[in-house]
Design a protein around this ligand. Structure first.
Ligand SMILES: C[S@@+](CC[C@H](N)C(=O)[O-])C[C@H]1O[C@@H](n2cnc3c(N)ncnc32)[C@H](O)[C@@H]1O
Length: 186
């Protein structure tokens, strides 16, 4: 994970290789996040801010009859994610360049959504969560992961407060400190 050199706002795509560092799995592996999400095999899932797709491969593989939609504000990040997923033979994925603050999707489109190391990069995190709330189906899952070492990481109490203010019901928390996943329901 990056430790410095960019202020609030999207992490520059030129630093994406840090996100794919193998030692990152010591904090939270993609497989471990997939287990935390525990998705049905046919789920329609939105990943906001996938970067180069560190978590996307494992998540897409848990929904073989479903689709993982990757939305990132940086075309370069999406291109890296596409190259990685295609190289690994993961095909149940759609790629969209867009802004989390104004999602280009209909209301009630997704069974689940997740973000990892993204919420603190949004200019208005509560508004971003409200947008995700809008595009989730009733009782849809939103999973927010934050990781130590990310200069934009938000603390667990902040994330729980933001989720509640955006209309979510916090259901379960994994981990603690600056490395955690919060699962919430619409
Ligand atoms: C620190 S990276 C994390 C990437 C990935 N989730 C991971 O954990 O490896 C944050 C990502 O969020 C994206 N991002 C930041 N602001 C965004 C916004 N407003 N809308 C969509 N994506 C955004 C960035 O472009 C970047 O790819």
């Amino acid at each position: 994970m990056p430790t410095s050199q960019h202020a609030r706002g999207p992490m520059p795509h030129t630093r994406a290789r840090h996100l794919l560092h193998p030692l990152r799995g010591l904090i939270l592996s993609p497989g471990a996040l997939a287990r935390r999400l525990d998705l049905p095999e046919d789920a329609q899932v939105l990943e906001v801010g996938p970067g180069p797709g560190y978590f996307s491969v494992a998540i897409a593989r848990t929904i073989p009859q479903g689709t993982l939609w990757l939305l990132d504000i940086q075309a370069e990040m999406l291109a890296m994610a596409r190259e990685r997923l295609e190289r690994l033979g993961v095909a149940n994925v759609r790629y969209l360049q867009g802004d989390a603050m104004q999602l280009p999707m209909e209301d009630g489109s997704f069974d689940a959504a997740f973000l990892a190391a993204v919420l603190g990069e949004l200019p208005d995190p509560e508004r971003g969560l409200e947008e995700i709330h809008r595009v989730l189906k009733p009782s849809g899952l939103l999973s927010v992961t934050e990781q130590a070492g990310d200069p934009d990481a938000l603390a667990l109490p902040q994330v729980e407060k933001l989720l509640r203010r955006a209309g979510f019901r916090v259901e379960r928390t994994f981990g603690r400190g600056l490395s955690f996943t919060v699962n919430a329901r619409r």
